[in-house]
Each structure stands twice: as structure tokens, then as C-alpha cells.
Design a protein around this ligand. Structure first.
Ligand code: ADP
Ligand code: MG
Length: 257
């Protein structure tokens, strides 16, 4: 019996096993995809969900650093046991490069790694698998769309109109490949001042503009986090303003199921 299904999906991650795939995408880099991925995953895990992150940003992996993971996965035969941080199972290219050396492969190699991370990883039981995609509509995004047809997307933008304009291309690709867009997360939406007022330091309206273009909706507006909201990692404390925003996004997504 072949280890994968017709769609190329591993038996342990089949659609009918109930795992929900959520790809986090954007047009531009640096808008907060990885931040949204780690914090949404952590919020779901805090709710008692079984959650994994596949760091599909093969060249620009950042999940291990963001979650302060120092150890590497244990290998059993050719299967990797994901590393767990904040209750989330993690798999990343960062575990397989030495001394943070750059990864310089072309399309077909990328495809092979994504496939490996899906099929040769002992994910075990999962409720959610979040995929942190590289920016844009390149090889990896195309591969993921084809390999996991049932994956749904969250599109991240900042309130700045250039970010949202570029993000609309990622949204157009989701439509083209018939992937459901769960909604738009407007990150760095505002900064909360001491007196509770909002300072829109990155502009305004990017999320709404994108939602309008894609006939979708803004499902979260994440503030620019203050230093004290985390302990040096990029996972925000449960009781911080930013942490609470991610908790309500997680609840919203769970209630939709
Ligand atoms: P991407 O994955 O889209 O390239 P990142 O998640 O790596 O973006 O975010 C880029 C930078 O911005 C990181 O240094 C991250 O810590 C910071 N950042 C992202 N979102 C926020 C936020 N809401 N508040 C404060 N800093 C943020
Ligand atoms: Mg990233």
C-alpha cells in the first residue's frame, strides 16, 4: 500500500482525519505572517487544541527562532518527531541547516521539502496544521495550494495601502486555486497609547480595502505589541492586549467549524 493518498497527502494527515489546514499568506514580507502563525497556533493550543506549524518559508524560516526552539527533531528511521514549543508541534527547514547557512534551492527541491515535512513527519493527532508561507505567489505557495487542496487561507496585511495592494495578488491566487479565504488579519493595526487612545502609525484602511477587493472580511486587527507583552520571544503573553486579540481570533475560527 502506498504511503500517500491520491492527492499526495500522507495517511496520517488525510482530510477525513479531521485536521484543518490553514495557510498564512501575504503579498509582502515583514508584515507579520510568522508572528500571526506562532501566536494563532499558541492561542489554539491554549484552548486545548492539538496544533502543528509547518514552516513552509524554506528560504526565510523563522519559526524556531520566534518560538525560541533550540533543540532539533528526533529522527526515527526517516521520520522526524516535531519539536514542541508552547504546546505546538513544529517542523522547519531551520532544523536541517547548519549554523544558519542560507538555503539556495530551486523549485523542485522546495517541493520535495514541503512534501517531506508533510509526509515524513510524525505529526500524530492534529486538530489544526498552520502553514507559514513565504511572501507572494511563488513556487512554495503554488506547491502548497496543489498539495493541500483543502487548505484555507488567512491573508496578512498591514494597514498601509501598499501592503494591502500587494496582498491582493495573494488573495487573487487563492481564488484562482479555489482555496477558501478565512479572512484578513490586519497586523500592526494601531499602537495603544498610555491613555488608551489608538495611534495609527502604519496608516489606516489597508485591511478594509483588501477585504473589499476579495469580498472577504477583516477577522482580526492586531495592535503593535509593546515590549512588555512577551518575554523576548515572539509569542505574546496570554493576558497582554496582543495575546488577547489572538485568543479571540482563535475562538472565532474554532466556533466557525
Ligand atoms: P513576515 O513573516 O510576514 O515576514 P514577521 O512575522 O517576521 O513577518 O514580522 C516582521 C517583524 O515585525 C518581526 O520582527 C516581528 O517581531 C515584528 N512584528 C510583527 N507583528 C508585530 C506586532 N503586532 N507587534 C510588534 N511587532 C511585530
Ligand atoms: Mg515569516
Amino acid at each position: 500500500q502506498n504511503a500517500t493518498t491520491e492527492t499526495g497527502m500522507p495517511n496520517m494527515l488525510r482530510t477525513d482525519s479531521g485536521v484543518r489546514f490553514i495557510a498564512v499568506t501575504s503579498g509582502k514580507g515583514g508584515v507579520g505572517k510568522s508572528t500571526v502563525t506562532v501566536n494563532l497556533a499558541t492561542a489554539l493550543a491554549r484552548m486545548g487544541k492539538k496544533v502543528g506549524i509547518l514552516d513552509a518559508d524554506i528560504y526565510g524560516f523563522s519559526i524556531p527562532a520566534m518560538m525560541e526552539v533550540k533543540q532539533k527533531p528526533t529522527m526515527i528511521d526517516k521520520t522526524a518527531i516535531p519539536v514542541i514549543s508552547n504546546g505546538v508541534k513544529i517542523m522547519s527547514m531551520g532544523f536541517f541547516t547548519e549554523n544558519n547557512n542560507p538555503v539556495m534551492w530551486r523549485g523542485p527541491m522546495l517541493n520535495k521539502w514541503i512534501q517531506n515535512f508533510l509526509t515524513n513527519t510524525h505529526w500524530g493527532e492534529l486538530d489544526y496544521l498552520l502553514l507559514d508561507l513565504p511572501p507572494g505567489t511563488g513556487d512554495v505557495a503554488i506547491d502548497v495550494a496543489a498539495m493541500i487542496p483543502q487548505s484555507r487561507e488567512i491573508i496578512v496585511t498591514t494597514p498601509h495601502n501598499v501592503a494591502s495592494y500587494v496582498a491582493s495578488r495573494a488573495g487573487a491566487m487563492a481564488k484562482h486555486t479555489k482555496h477558501e479565504v478565512l479572512g484578513i488579519v490586519e497586523n500592526m493595526s494601531y499602537y495603544e497609547e498610555q491613555d488608551g487612545s489608538r495611534n495609527y502609525l502604519f496608516g489606516k484602511g489597508g485591511g478594509d480595502m483588501l477585504a473589499h477587493q476579495l469580498e472577504s472580511e477583516v477577522i482580526a486587527r492586531i495592535p503593535f505589541a509593546k515590549r512588555e507583552e512577551n518575554n523576548h520571544s515572539n509569542v505574546y503573553d496570554e493576558d497582554s492586549l496582543t495575546g488577547e486579540m489572538f485568543a479571540s481570533l482563535a475562538q472565532d475560527l474554532v466556533h466557525r467549524e
